[in-house]
Design a protein around this ligand. Structure first.
Ligand code: UTP
Length: 224
């Protein structure tokens, strides 16, 4: 299978070298049987640097460029952990990412263009390479009926349609809440190409495999 992972920056940040190695080993194991692409987010460094730059009067566009820089820094760390299993090159375009792919090798990339997030990059890459599945490995363990931080009655949704995800992501954007762990642009792309998608808690290493092959406790995005 061709698998595209969107790995939130917070999933890698804070791990020591040994734990990063374990994460990389889990990806390498999957790469024996599947073609793997990983899009890495900016995490804490992106947020911290963007906030400071914004306070200093930087434009939003410039802040996005800083964010892209952070995604590349995190990508470089994952590439280091993957060793020979990853090309030591961070693709700047989708075509470059596809060209770098070969059996057993894991292509790692970050952001590519201002005005979006790495979830959108991962969704576009999944379209481009014709991925069998997109796995969004994030800091929450799925999509909830309400914000679980604020509403004790919030329940996790085990399965929802592409349209439902897209509508939920659009509403979340307007309210600036955190009900949908997927941003609206990424949700739209997932919807238009009906990409089979899984949203899992990425901090658990075993969810890399379970997100792709099943047995996870996150949210599955399915056909209507
Ligand atoms: P992330 O994808 O990590 O965004 O990119 P996020 O949603 O804030 O992170 P998580 O999921 O909560 O960890 C970090 C920042 O980098 C810029 C944006 O400013 C984004 O907020 N970025 C990233 C781009 O401008 N373009 C890209 O293609 C990717």
């Amino acid at each position: 299978m061709i698998l595209v992972y969107s790995l939130g920056g917070s999933i890698l940040a804070g791990r020591d070298a040994k734990s990063l190695q374990e994460y990389a080993d889990a990806l390498k194991e999957l790469a024996k049987a599947h073609q793997i692409y990983v899009v890495v987010g900016g995490g804490r460094i992106a947020r911290e640097y963007i906030e400071k730059a914004r306070d200093l009067g930087a434009s939003e566009m410039f802040c996005d460029l800083i964010g892209i820089g952070a995604t590349k820094l995190n990508s470089a760390l994952l590439i280091a952990a993957l060793g020979r299993a990853a090309p030591q090159e961070i693709p700047e375009t989708y075509a470059q990412a596809a060209r770098l792919a070969s059996p057993g090798r894991i292509v790692v990339m970050g952001g590519v263009a201002p005005g979006q997030t790495t979830d959108a990059v991962a969704a576009l890459l999944a379209e481009y390479v014709g991925a069998d599945r997109l796995i969004i490995a994030t800091s929450v363990d799925g999509v909830y009926t309400a914000d679980p931080e604020k509403d004790p009655k919030a329940e996790k949704i085990a399965s929802m349609t592409h349209g439902e995800l897209s509508r939920m992501a659009a509403q979340t954007d307007m309210k600036a809440g955190s009900r949908s762990p997927v941003d609206p642009l990424a949700a739209k792309i997932i919807e238009r190409s009906r990409i089979p998608t899984t949203i899992v808690f990425g901090k658990k290493i075993e969810n890399l495999k379970k997100g792709a092959l099943g047995g996870h406790s996150g949210t599955e995005i399915r056909q209507e």
